[in-house]
Design a protein around this ligand. Sequence first.
Ligand code: TZP
Ligand code: MG
Length: 223
Amino acid sequence: MPVDLSLYLVTDSTPAILKGRDLCTVVEDALKGGVTVVQYRDKKSDTGDLISTAKKLHQVTQRYGVPLLINDRVDVALAVGVEGVHLGQDDMTFELAKKLLPKDAIIGISTSSIEEARKAVADGADYIGIGTMFATPTKTNTKSVIGTAGTQAILDAISDSSIGTVSIGGINHANVQRVLYQSKSPKKGLDGVAIVSAIVAADDPKASAEEFANLIKSTPVFA
Ligand code: TZP
Ligand code: MG
């Protein structure tokens, strides 16, 4: 697998989560703590602001040798020259994104059902986000909360594929090992977890990321 998905940071610039701090500083702290991939997710900024923030974030992630992905916006990814995109079911289609982006760009797809996961595999996506794992205040308009059982069913259905997999939604230090262990199907486990508030809203994002990295490393599915 080309990208290490084990500790996947998804950014959030809403005041309740970022709490007035500088996004680039928070992301750099998280990278110091061991984040392995960063997705810039910003549903509010206009295109100009998205591009300027993505450029700043890319300077930071490049220093750590970590890929930066842009949520929703293939045009912003192209403008900044980042490593890839993350697309939901209502965003640009995989086929079109693949046509527009460079050959080696990473393309991830949000999935919450077996059908969506199978389609992402058939399309040739690099990885899927599987969720929502647990209900979370960070994203309330989620289609469905699927828990570890729903996640396991999806992993089972695509177990013949080498597609990357991350779980998202309500994951914190207290539940991350259960998420990884209980979601594992006999032939396929999760490659990682995607986290928003438990890192971005943490008083110490570096310490939070470090704690996640240690918990992930010592979970049997990865050992
Ligand atoms: N997609 C499904 S849940 C979610 C997204 C973007 C938000 C997860 O945020 P948190 O704070 O890690 O629960
Ligand atoms: Mg989207």
